[in-house]
Design a protein around this ligand. Structure first.
Ligand code: SF4
Length: 138
């Protein structure tokens, strides 16, 4: 096994598109470490356990409030949409390779406009570019 991370549903797509931007230096450094595991050798075998509470990516986030978030309503909407798209339930464990297979199968190009509605990072275009690249790689 290649490690286990807890991921909120919307963080599967965030991890795919991450390019070093985040809410604080600590947040960005932590997420960079997690994403480096996913993109490293054998990263596809990394197990990801679905949670609807603060996860390993949220841990150092300045917006985290215990297991919740000071933007909880908006985040809950993101999680609901992403969980439905990727067929994820609380407690599910899937590999990063399976997560990418589901993204390819269920998240077409252009889908982030609706799925990620309200996310401040989308305007950078990095997440749409990563999604397009994933589709091109198949
Ligand atoms: S637009 Fe926001 S919620 Fe959507 S994948 Fe990117 S960072 Fe995550």
């Amino acid at each position: 096994m290649n490690g286990l991370f807890h991921f909120r549903p919307h963080h599967f797509l965030c991890a795919l598109g991450f390019q070093g931007k985040g809410y604080s230096d600590d947040f960005t450094a932590n997420m960079a470490q997690i994403v480096a595991v996913l993109r490293g050798p054998d990263g596809g075998n990394t197990l990801l356990e679905v949670t609807h509470q603060a996860d390993h990516i949220c841990a150092p986030c300045p917006h985290r409030r215990g297991v919740s978030c000071d933007k909880a309503t908006r985040i809950a909407g993101l999680d609901q949409r992403h969980a439905a798209a990727l067929r994820l339930k609380d407690g599910d464990r899937i590999s990063w390779a399976e997560a990418q297979r589901r993204i390819r199968a269920h998240v077409p190009r252009g889908a982030l406009a609706q799925l990620c509605k309200g996310c401040q990072w989308r305007d950078l275009g990095l997440c749409d570019a990563a999604l397009n690249k994933l589709h091109e790689s198949t």
